[in-house]
Design a protein around this ligand. Structure first.
Ligand code: NAD
Ligand code: UDP
Length: 311
């Protein structure tokens, strides 16, 4: 297939591009580098890879055949919700509309990277796809949550009205090499702090939970979903839940750091719990996460050590 990947120079978009190329597909990556990096795709040496620098909130012009549009473009870190709120709303709304329009014009399939944030601060745990969520539309996180909820609604409307062959993946916290050390998300933040011997900044009392998926597992779930005929949302994430305090302690232990822990205020609307119900992914895709937290951490820490040496 010839596949357009928006957000192709980001953390997940670059790993997805690697996987698609390894499977023999052609990739057209589109990115405006708002949170992505050229270095994530510099290693790609293939005549089946094309890169276009472009903001997908503007009309997307791709020449030739396209079989699938995989729309990953969007800032994704909570610190960006305050920094780039309008760009996030635009890429979720206008970017998704343009990417769907491209899929329609090319008679291609459409795959959207949605998020566990559609469940907001969930009142049920774990979260199944049937849960409608608990989102504050006017809070700081609302720009991201509502953009993704709108993107899902727009995707389903194109499915119903224009018969677009859709895929909706609700991604739960994913980590690994190629995250930026200053990305702001908890994994790169804690690992960078531990490697520098600085205190780890736990927000609130650190009792809030997340469930961390190693990127290789996630990308495998993406690929299975792509090849499946499933048009409705599917959660992809690791079902092992951990508190942020436990995560900080684990990272200090695995890095062998002598960092301490400091407590900082909990951000507004920070979800108290998060764990995917992956029964749909298991049933439809025969997928579950395989990489244990410590194994994924060891590989991610190696990457961040190398990054620290470069910086
Ligand atoms: P990332 O910031 O590394 O990647 C996002 C990429 O999109 C970047 O390369 C950025 O430059 C690009 N981009 C943003 N706006 C754009 C625009 N208007 N035009 C063109 N390119 C644009 O983040 P990531 O973790 O790789 O996230 C990829 C996708 O997965 C996002 O849609 C995100 O919401 C979703 N997601 C990620 C996670 C996770 O844990 N990593 C969880 C839930 C959802
Ligand atoms: N967090 C933290 N310290 C940090 C960064 C994040 O304790 O330096 C917490 C944050 O409050 C949240 C969790 O870690 O409860 C995960 O945050 P992240 O920004 O990775 O993503 P989220 O899952 O909230 O979208």
């Amino acid at each position: 297939m010839r596949i357009v990947v928006t957000g192709g120079s980001g953390f997940l978009g670059s790993h997805l591009s690697d996987r698609l190329l390894a499977e023999g597909h052609h990739v057209v990556a589109v990115d405006n580098f708002i949170t992505g990096r050229k270095s994530n795709i510099e290693h790609i040496d293939s005549d089946r890879f094309e890169f276009i620098e472009h903001d997908v909130s503007e009309f997307i012009d791709i020449k030739g055949q396209v079989d699938f549009v995989m729309h990953l473009a969007s800032p994704a870190s909570p610190i960006d919700f305050e920094r780039f709120p309008i760009q996030i709303l635009k890429v979720g709304a206008l970017g998704t509309h343009n990417a769907l329009g491209l899929a329609k014009a090319k008679s291609a399939g459409f795959f959207i990277a949605s998020t566990s944030e559609v469940y907001g601060d969930p009142l049920v745990n774990p979260q199944p796809e049937s849960y409608w969520g608990n989102v504050n539309p006017v809070g700081i996180r609302g720009v991201y949550d509502e953009a993704k909820r709108y993107a899902e609604a727009m995707t389903m409307a194109y499915h119903r009205i224009h018969s677009i062959d859709t895929r909706i993946v609700r991604i739960f916290n994913t980590y690994g090499p190629r995250m930026r050390p200053k990305d702001g998300r908890v994994m790169p933040t804690f690992i960078s702090q531990a490697l520098r011997g600085e205190p780890l900044t736990v927000f609130g009392e650190g009792q809030q939970t997340r469930s961390f998926c190693y990127y290789e597992d996630l990308i495998d779930g993406f690929y299975r979903l792509l090849l499946s005929g499933e048009n409705y949302p599917v959660n992809i994430g690791n079902a092992n839940e951990i508190s942020m305090l436990e995560l900080a302690q684990t990272i200090i232990r695995v890095t062998g750091s002598n960092s301490t822990i400091v407590y900082k205020p909990l951000p507004q609307d920070d979800p108290r719990l998060r764990r995917p119900d992956i029964s749909r992914a298991t049933r439809i895709l025969e997928w579950e996460a395989k990489v244990a937290l410590e194994a994924g951490l060891i590989k991610t820490i190696e990457y961040f050590k190398a990054e620290e040496e470069v910086v």
